[in-house]
Structures are given as structure tokens and as C-alpha cells.
Design a protein around this ligand. Sequence first.
Ligand code: FPP
Ligand code: K
Ligand code: ZN
Length: 516
Amino acid sequence: FQDFRALSTQHQPRSKDEKDFESGKPRKMTSVANAIPKALEEQVELIPRDRLEQLSLQENRIASNSIDDFPIPELFTSLPPIKDPLVTDTSLSQDDTARHCLPLHAGTSRSFFDLNTQGIPRLNQEDHIEFLNDTIQKAKYIPYDALRPWVVYWSLIGLSVLGEDLEKWRVRVLETFSPMQNPSGGFGGGHGQTSHAASSYAVVLSLAMVGGSESLDMIDRRALWRWLGELKQSDGGFRMSVGGEEDVRGAYCTMTIISLLALPLELPPNAPARASGFTSFLDGLPEYLSRCQTFEGGVSGAPQTEAHGAYAFCVLACLCILGPPHEKIPKNLNLPLLISWLSARQYAPEGGFSGRTNKLVDGCYSHWVGGCWPLVEAALNGPQTSTSIRKAKISSLYSKEGLTRYMLSCCQEESGGLRDKPSAYPDAYHSCYVLAGLSSTQYYNYFTGQSDEAKTVDSLDSALRWSSLAISSGHESGNGRPVDAENQVEPLHPIFVIPWAAVDRCSQHFSQKTGF
Ligand code: FPP
Ligand code: K
Ligand code: ZN
């Protein structure tokens, strides 16, 4: 994939600055970059040379706004005051990442976006929409053939967060997914491929997003239920495919599908886990998820492995499908330890989140880690109403300002699309999860505890008992939310990660069905 991308990069004739850069001649640096210790300047470059050339061009551009125009907190414009003297590959790549973020935060390397009153670039909606309109329909991800449902899902999410109407994709999405459904249940990553929990998750959510009863009715629910039954394991968890690996993605994907499609919780007669005495999809599941919390307080993909933000989201969201957050989360996880580990995921000066200890910030964790926070907040606050949230005990446990700065200053590619970090190229996956993260900073998602009786079916409905309110500008004075109207995006459901209307449509559609 790396090679594929390199081939598609257009190289401009090189400028004098680039040539100086290549010959090692010192460049004129911006005021902030000048403040970076000499040692950092001399580090080994870990990013591809062609990318570095592009970046050095960006850094040398004369900014129309000066750093003095905006009150950017020093936290985001200077390196940490205390530094471990031990130099390792890890510390070098960390320094490198921080070094690339500083000028972007300071606004000295950006001439291409207008800065708002907090010195943050505006969200380049038009070019991101164009980028996602490309990723959804052009053969950009050929080496990722087994991820076709994901590419559709990521693109649709990005487009929906940016306010685009998704219905126009309905027919194409339906026609794309039809051949991926296997008669034995579930969806593969492409025509002729084995059914997979992640592909099926992406297909179901995408169908819910484009809407229409023909989309939802193309799912063979009985076959899907039987196939999901084969994934259930005797330790309570789920495999990703028959004979495939077992991890918490399997649990989250399976429970999302069961909950949204209102499938029976009873294990089908063919389920191998029946041999261990299990009769329900839920048997042993909370205990399995609980065993995935590690000594660090984070959550791993499987017991006895390393804690990672993406798995933490899977586990928290899965627990929120199983029941009310204030009951399921503290019962199955050590909440203070989890909060401690989650807090350690946010870095300065970058502002973004890392996925695990001693690793780098990455735009996609704006959702995987950022999305954990509303679930944790709901676990601490218990059921709330739109009026009681004003008096909420807990309203924001992380720096929304830091995350917003990272997403808008460091993750936007000039020509459209969002990225992992400044040295990376944009792609559909990072565009999806940066925009989902941005969305979650702009809304307060809370558990209402209210059950709509009409909606209640013989299935899991906790995840349907959530609501969301836009955080008005200036609402959070202490933890500043540097978003102005221009950067406002659409909300997403905190557990299913699709638009609220798609969740409602889907649950209404299936709650009217009795059995299959
Ligand atoms: C490490 O990659 C990443 C993982 C081990 C887990 C990734 C899982 C997800 C992103 C999502 C799973 C969820 C679903 C619903 C399928 P790395 O070593 O490249 O990145 P790092 O350095 O940031 O840890
Ligand atoms: K990563
Ligand atoms: Zn990433």
C-alpha cells in the first residue's frame, strides 16, 4: 500500500528550499521551530523523504496570520518541560511527532486555511467531501480488497458528519453488498469471501445509514443469526470468523448487529458453545470483557495482551449494549484505573490521543479513545435528562481543546482528507474517525434511562436509550471548546457510531417484526 500511494503522488519541480533541505543546508525556521532544542533537529528522520519534502514546503510558506494574533496556550506551542534523558527509537519518533505538530499548532506553517479566533484552522468541509466522494466510488483501495464494506462505511460516516445526504448512495451500496452476503449467513469483505464479523458490522451499519426498507430487508437475518451463533466461544467471547481469531472486536461487532437488527438473544441450535452449557449470546460475555482489562487500567483485545484504545472502545460500547452504562461499566471494569489510563492517552503539545503507552498520537484515536469518554461520563453520571445535564457531576474528563487543536491543525490535509498525523497521507479510515472524534467533541451524549415502550422488543435496548445535545459555544468555559459555527458538524450515536436517525430507522423497522 505504501508503494501504491507513493506512485500516486505527484511531484512538483523542486524549490530552492527543498534543495537546501536535501543538501542539509539549514532552512529559515519559524519562531516556534527556532525554540526547538538543537538535539531534536539532528534526529533521524522516520518519515518518507517525499513526504518530508512536502512538509518542509508547507513549513516554509509565509503564513498570512501571525502567531501573535491568537492566544494559543503554551501547552500546544512548546515541548514538554521535563524530558526523560534516555534516547530510544521510541523517544526519537515521539520527538519527531511533537516537532511536526508545533508549527501547525502555532499557525506559522499554515497559510491555506483561515484561522478562527483561537488560532485554529477552519474545517475544510468542501475538500473533505470531495475526498470522501472519491474514496467511496473510485478504486483507490485495491490492495484493501477484503475491506470493501469498511471503505463504504468510513466514507459514509465522513460524509454524514459533514452533513451530506446519504440516500443518494442507497442503490449503489445495496448492489455492492448483495454479492457479499453468504447463503450460510453474514457478509464477507467481497464477493466470494468468507463471512467476517467486521465486514458484517460495516455492511449492517452502512445499510442502516443509506436507509430504505429494501436495504434492511436484503439482510438474511435468520442465516445471520445462525452464523453469529457459530462465532460464540466457550469463554464467553466471539471469534471474528468461523475458525478465525477471537477478540473483543468480535463481541462488539456481534452485539451491535444483534441489537440493531433485534435478533433473538437465544443461541441458535447449531451453536458449538451450547456444548459448554451456554444458551444465550450474553452468557459469559461481561465476564470475558472484564478479563480484558489489564494492569495498566486499559483494555486489551483478548485476556493477557496489551491494552489499546481501539479495544477499550469495543469493550465499553459492548457493555453499553448489554445494559445501562452506570450499571455495566463499573460492575465489569475498575473505573478509576480505566480513567487513569484513558487520561494518559492524551499528549501535549500534540493534543491528540495515542492508542497505547509509549506510542504516538494518531487522528483515528480521536474516535477510538475520544469515543470512550462519553461512555465513561455516562457511567459516572447515571441517567440524565436534558435539563439535569446542566448540573452534571462530570461533563468533560479530557481536554476537548487539545483534541480539537490536533484534529483541525494537524490532521487536515491541505487538498482534502484527514490523516493519522502530519507525516501521513490522508485516507478514508482516518477521515472517518477524525470526523467522528470531532463530532463527539461538539455534542454531549448522555444516557436517558428512558425506555420507549413502543421500541422495546425482546432484545437489547439500552443502547437506544441515549440522547445528545449540541454543546453551545462557550458552554465549557474552563475546558474551552474552540469551535465556531464554521466548524460545526453533525452528531453520531455514541455506541453504534452512525447518525441517530439511522439508529431510529433501523430499530423501528425491526421492532415491528415478530421473529424472522
Ligand atoms: C495497533 O496498531 C492497533 C491495534 C492492535 C488494534 C486496532 C483496532 C482497531 C483500529 C479497531 C477495531 C474495532 C472494530 C470495530 C473492528 P499500530 O501498532 O499500527 O498502532 P499504534 O502504534 O497506534 O498502537
Ligand atoms: K497507529
Ligand atoms: Zn490511525
